[in-house]
Write a protein that binds this ligand. Structure first.
Ligand code: MLT
Length: 459
């Protein structure tokens, strides 16, 4: 058996080993079961051969510096390449845009297909994607106690706090928590996790839409789920938007925000909390709390605030010199220009490029888009001229709010909730794999400053 497996170690994309022709699986869970069996053997063999191989060294600055660059996590669903940007399994954003099934007449990838890809490493057929849309539509109903809770939140409670609280309260539904309490065997953990994950993802659009309607549309009810429609289409209807282009934007938006390897705050938090065998609902809620931080998911709202300020001060036909001066004022006052610079990326975020292409097609004359587009040419050079920062390139946050605003969604405090709905796809697919691979409770070693000093011979 292991001689066969050593062959696999030479192949770069481990998960794609079972070809669909040799698979008898007819649905997502059975295909996943096959993939998991294969990957368990593959990882076991890899660890037996290379488990004690040294893969890096750590400096004192990295220990104080947010562990930047330290390889310490396994995440199978995606990998962030500093130059090429995010790769979902092995696929870039242009590739997923081309390869994943679209809605009839549509151009943007359906997030259900991306979820299938993240989970299995396989590009699904249109029919397989429809089966996921249907499954999520069937499971969309929110438990009554969660509806009551949402309807009783005060209007000044931030949408992200409402979102995370509602997700947490859905853990009354957790099959994993029940199975664990009943003493289920460890090798069944992933199956109950998968069931919870499907149920949780299905409920996110109605939860998010209820928050939106309560806060911004006088509590008017969300529309009923349509079993024939895809996930994003149901979501935009629930939010009260009927422009098909907005639904297309949502499909793209949800697909590209879904996963950003395992080290970002939300993904890492989900992984950490779930490593204690917390159920998927409370693990995901923990990650969403991380997403609510201004240095993470809240960035999207901050960009639009800054752009609006700029627009109000200078108007959208500001000259290049005026824009440069505004950017300089922001930088000189010690602030960052929101939407530019990323800890890992060393080029323009391909998520930004995908949104820019969408905007060039659908809203080329929008004044706010033109402003953002001009800044795209100006800001990186201004930041580079400061000589301190090596990564001045625009991130996805630089445009996402501009597009949402164009279609009428002007409630900037809500934007991060949309990223939260999307981030479920990556973090939850990853969690199924954490359970399948039996990853243990995460427990890195911390040090005191005195301890570190002794370690490096400073005292
Ligand atoms: C993300 O999408 O998670 C952000 O770009 C942050 C990150 O990758 O660290």
């Amino acid at each position: 058996m292991f001689e066969e497996i050593s062959e696999y170690i030479k192949t770069p994309c481990a998960i794609a080993i079972i070809s669909r022709s040799s698979s008898s699986a007819t649905d997502l869970k059975s295909l996943l079961a096959e993939k998991i069996q294969e990957q368990q053997v593959y990882v076991k063999s890899f660890r037996e051969q290379y488990g004690s191989k040294v893969i890096g060294e750590i400096t004192v600055d990295q220990v104080y510096g947010g562990m930047r660059g330290i390889r310490g996590l396994v995440t199978e669903t995606s990998y962030l390449h500093p130059e090429d940007g995010i790769k979902f399994r092995d696929f870039t954003i242009p590739q997923i845009k081309k390869l994943l099934p679209k809605s009839p007449g549509g151009n943007e990838p359906l997030p259900e297909g991306l979820f299938w890809l993240l989970l299995t490493g396989e590009v699904p057929s249109a029919e397989e994607v429809r089966s996921v849309s249907k499954m999520w539509a069937e499971k969309a109903e929110i438990p009554p106690h969660v509806v009551t809770m949402l309807n009783n939140f005060p209007a000044h409670l931030h949408p992200m706090s409402q979102f995370t609280a509602a997700i947490m309260a859905c853990n009354t539904e957790s099959k994993f928590a029940k199975a664990y309490a009943d003493g289920v065997s460890k090798n069944m953990y992933w199956e109950y996790t998968f069931d919870d994950v499907m149920n949780l993802i299905a409920k996110l659009p109605p939860i998010a839409a209820t928050i939106y309607k309560n806060l911004y549309r006088n509590g008017s009810p969300i529309s009923a789920v349509d079993l024939e429609k895809d996930w994003s289409s149901n979501f935009t209807s629930m939010l009260g938007y009927d422009n098909p282009d907005f639904t297309e934007l949502m499909r793209l938006y949800i697909s590209i925000h879904s996963d950003h390897e395992g080290g970002n705050v939300s993904a890492h938090t989900v992984h950490l909390v779930a490593s204690a065998l917390s159920d998927p609902y409370i693990s995901f809620a923990a990650g969403i709390n991380g997403l609510a931080g201004p240095l993470h998911g809240l960035g999207s709202q901050e960009v639009l605030e800054w752009l609006t300020e700029l627009h109000n001060d200078l108007s959208s036909d500001a000259t290049e010199a005026q824009l440069k001066d505004f950017v300089w004022q922001t930088l000189k006052s010690g602030q960052v220009v929101p939407g530019f610079g990323h800890d890992v990326l060393r080029r323009t975020d391909p998520r930004y490029t995908a949104l820019r292409e969408f905007a060039l097609k659908h809203l080329p004359d929008d004044p706010m888009f033109n402003l953002a587009n001009n800044l795209y040419r100006i800001v990186p050079q201004s930041i580079l001229a400061l000589g301190k920062i090596k990564n001045p390139w625009p991130t996805v946050d630089g445009l996402s709010g501009v597009l949402l605003r164009y279609y009428g969604m002007k409630e900037i405090h809500y934007y991060t909730v949309l990223i939260g709905v999307s981030r479920a796809l990556g973090t939850m697919a990853s969690l199924v794999w954490d359970r399948a691979l039996g990853l243990p409770i995460e427990r890195p070693k911390s040090m005191t400053t005195d301890g570190l000093m002794k370690l490096v011979g400073a005292v």
